[in-house]
Design a protein around this ligand. Structure first.
Ligand code: NAD
Length: 263
């Protein structure tokens, strides 16, 4: 791997795109291209040190990695262009449907692809710890996932809470949908053995907090992640991009980036 990773950023004018441009000022990155959609007010503007353009095809072949934080349609298009240009593809765009995931799986036959719903290093480490705790404690311990976010968030539980719930379920060897207890109200009866419960707070400007409780008889574990800065996603995506620059074609995850030592 060369000491400098050349990246193209798709969705460069967005919140995440601008956070990536800020974090990519580090000397081991070179932003070769900043891409926006047709009609974007950012087209022609200089962001970081590059002029924003609408044409990924023209620039992708000069890049090691295309990083996408845009929209589902744009993600799929950018993945295909990355593959035909020989660049690796890293995307954090959410809201992909099954067809879009299928396209990413196809593209992964031609180039290295990593799609993650959460690029925070801390959250991905937490997911591992949760799986371990769920596995080791067994069904005598009750598992609950708590999350808190700002008042503008429209979905619940958060995608990250679901990810942690799936890690807990994986530790128990079950499917989350079979054991999830999404909400409680009124006379609920005693807790179902083996259930994984979810609790949600919405308020103020909370960037994101997640705690997984494992509650036993006479003791409990609380595994917590607190996000205070959205830059964590940009830094995690750049760490992934650097790791992906020298990977063979295939589908990769943040787990691979953080825990696979010699792939
Ligand atoms: P945003 O709306 O601020 O930015 C999206 C940008 O993409 C906009 O500037 C838009 O013009 C641009 N865009 C749309 N279509 C395009 C196209 N065809 N070509 C080029 N650019 C295009 O949104 P955001 O907050 O930056 O989030 C972007 C995506 O990343 C969302 O799906 C969001 O949910 C996701 N996200 C993921 C993580 C993670 O860790 N995986 C973290 C934060 C946000």
């Amino acid at each position: 791997m060369s000491s400098v990773t050349r990246i193209a950023i798709v969705g460069a004018g967005g919140r995440m795109g601008r956070a990536l441009l800020e974090s990519a000022k580090a000397p081991d990155f070179e932003v070769a291209a900043a891409i926006e959609r047709a009609g974007s007010p950012w087209l022609g503007e200089v962001l970081g040190s590059v002029r924003v353009t609408g044409n990924l095809e023209e620039v992708a072949s000069g890049c090691d990695v295309v990083i996408d934080f845009s929209s589902p349609e744009s993600c799929v298009r950018a993945a295909r262009i990355a593959a035909s240009s020989g660049a690796a593809f890293v995307s954090g765009t959410t809201g992909l449907d099954a067809a879009a995931h299928e396209v990413l799986a196809q593209v992964a036959r031609e180039t290295a692809v990593l799609h993650a719903a959460n690029f925070s290093v801390g959250v991905n480490v937490l997911a591992r710890l949760v799986e371990l705790a769920a596995q080791a404690t067994g069904e005598e311990w009750d598992l609950e996932v708590f999350e808190a976010h700002h008042r503008h968030k429209v979905d619940a539980p958060s995608g990250t809470a679901l990810m942690l719930g799936r890690s807990a379920a994986a530790g128990r060897g079950v499917e989350l949908d079979e054991v999830a207890d999404w909400a409680r109200h009124g006379v609920t009866g005693p807790r179902e053995p083996g259930a994984i419960g979810f609790q949600v707070v919405r308020g103020g400007d909370i960037v994101g907090e997640h705690t997984v409780f494992a509650c036993g008889e006479g003791e409990r574990i609380e595994l917590t992640h607190r996000a205070t800065d959205r830059g964590i996603f940009a830094r995690g995506a750049l760490r992934a991009a650097r790791w992906m620059a020298s990977r063979r074609p295939g589908s990769y995850s943040m787990d691979d980036v953080l825990f696979r030592r010699n792939p």
